[in-house]
Ligand binder design. Structure first.
Ligand code: NAD
Length: 496
């Protein structure tokens, strides 16, 4: 049973299998296979999507390259490219409720979160549409006999590999800056959540934008994703996903010296110092981990609390976890939806069992949650673990689920030490009333992003990305992301 509320969405999902968009056409590809898309709220099939194989990758990459060389997008004046992207954005705006519902059906996240995600992706298109007109070169005086200058030019074809947790936003965090820079883009969504990326392709076509410049190819990561990244016509790869896959792609693409941007896993520390405003810090800590059912790379999964307030903070986050409204993701009242699948929930529950075997105590949660009317949904209780050893896997590895580990710190320096004792470095937060201490902690945290007295704020104008095993030197979002998709060319002109 498809639970879509929107009639148009019902009609769309009744087309089976849904085709992919490559070379300016809607095609089922040549493999003859499909992937079933499951609604995690009832574990039933929503629809089927055609799965590509290597020969479809070849068609998409060659077509995107030909489009790039033709100049039909790369050769547009920046104001024309900006206007085209604004047109695309207006259609996304028109369909934002449709897209929100679609995102919720394929991910299981609450509709209130999907609405936020669609708005964020839309803002991202508009941000980069504006930036398209601000790509600047520079002149550099090296001698009186030369006019020497640097131009910034698009790279060519960009492969964009997207995970399942925030599909719409992460499709656009890659596609929007790459397109604004004049590149051609091939998006490879996660096999389990391709629907909103496919709708972006429909809107691209409806906006009358050039064929083969924006493509969406669906299929398995190991087959389609890898073939795409390794295709000779693809010059740049932008990947968000697990550290394991990212490092594999980094190794593979280095043999061809391709540009690769990686956004990987995290185990983000959230530091609550002795003088923190707990009326803000406690709900902030709960939403840091439980937003998106904890399936967020930047989830604040390690809560590091000064020993003087530890018991009070634990009590507060446990109460917040117990108070969350778990329910049908399509219900606007729902605060906490489903995990991405029953299989993933089993893995997350396995992490809790292992932590308990290692000596942790479950302060709340740690079990399957039951939602009336949706007995087969992948629901799980928001979980808080205490008495965790710093060296235990639960305190060090990414769980990618709603499991908070609370750790005790002796003082500020101890909190920083615990926070930095990690292979990851994506995001972090510190809660304190002392601005000087906050800035020192922010400086000392080994992290790509730090929030002070806040958590999880994003804006397309602010860079996002990690250090250590959380990502490569490139940043997503902001003016920096557009640079990741541009070459700098030095031109020397002899003056007679
Ligand atoms: P994943 O690595 O399994 O898959 C990510 C994408 O890569 C999917 O589209 C998948 O099909 C594709 N893929 C898989 N194997 C591939 C291969 N060999 N070659 C090319 N592509 C391949 O990750 P996931 O389970 O979809 O997502 C969860 C992970 O993503 C978590 O580790 C999370 O931390 C990370 N993530 C990071 C960020 C960030 O910004 N740092 C944001 C969201 C998610």
């Amino acid at each position: 049973m498809i639970r879509a509320l929107n009639q148009d969405l019902h009609e769309m999902l009744s087309i089976s299998p849904l085709p992919m968009y490559i070379n300016g056409t809607w095609t089922h590809g040549s493999s003859g296979t499909v992937t079933e898309i499951i609604d995690p709220a009832n574990s039933e099939v929503l629809c089927a999507v055609s799965a590509a194989d290597e020969s479809d990758v070849d068609i998409a990459a060659n077509a995107a390259y030909v489009a790039f060389k033709s100049g039909r997008w790369s050769g547009l004046r920046p104001d024309e490219r900006a206007r085209a992207m604004f047109r695309w954005a207006d259609l996304v705006d028109r369909d934002s409720e449709f897209l929100s519902e679609m995102e919720t059906l394929q991910t299981g996240k609450p509709i209130r979160e999907s609405r936020g995600d669609i708005a964020r992706g839309l803002d991202g298109i508009r941000f980069y549409a504006g930036l398209a007109r601000n790509i600047r070169g520079e002149t550099i005086d090296v001698s009186t006999r030369h006019h020497s200058y640097v131009t910034r030019e698009p790279i060519g074809v960009i492969a964009s590999i997207v995970p399942w947790n925030v599909p719409f936003v992460l499709t656009l965090s890659k596609a929007a800056p790459a397109l604004a820079g004049g590149n051609s883009v091939i998006v490879k969504p996660s096999q389990t959540t391709p629907l909103t990326a496919l709708h972006l392709a429909r809107l691209w076509e409806e906006a009358g934008l050039p064929a083969s410049v924006f493509n969406v190819i669906t299929g398995a990561g190991r087959i389609v994703g890898e073939a795409l990244c390794m295709h000779p016509r693809v010059s740049g790869v932008t990947f968000t996903g697990s550290t394991e896959t990212g490092l594999r792609l980094s190794k593979l693409t280095s043999s061809q010296n391709k540009r690769i941007m990686l956004e990987l896993g995290g185990k983000s520390p959230n530091l609550v110092l002795a003088d923190a405003d707990l009326d803000r810090a406690i709900p902030g800590a709960a939403s840091a981990i439980f937003y998106g059912q904890g399936q967020i790379c930047a989830a604040g999964s390690r809560l590091i609390v000064d020993q003087s307030i530890y018991d009070h903070v634990v009590e507060g986050v446990v109460a917040a976890a117990r108070g969350m409204v778990i329910g049908d993701p399509l219900d606007p009242a729902t605060e906490f939806g489903t995990l991405t699948s029953q299989a993933h929930r089993a893995e997350v529950l396995g992490w809790v069992d292992r932590a308990v075997a290692d000596g942790a105590t479950v302060a709340t949660g740690g079990r399957v949650a039951h939602v009336p009317g949706l007995p087969n949904g992948a629901f799980m209780e928001p979980t808080v673990l205490v008495d965790v050893n710093e060296s235990d896997p639960i305190a060090r590895e990414e769980v990618f689920g709603p499991v908070l580990v609370v750790q005790r710190a002796a003082n500020v320096d101890d909190a920083i030490r615990i926070a930095n004792d990690s292979q990851f470095g994506l995001s972090a937060a510190v809660w304190t009333r002392n601005a000087g201490v906050a800035r020192r902690v922010a400086r000392e945290l080994e992290s790509g992003v730090v929030w002070i007295n806040d958590y999880g704020q994003f804006n397309p104008a602010m860079p996002f990305g990690g250090v250590k095993l959380s990502g490569s030197a490139h940043r997503e979002w902001s003016h920096l992301a557009i640079d990741a998709f541009l070459e700098h060319k030095s031109i020397w002109e002899w003056n007679e």
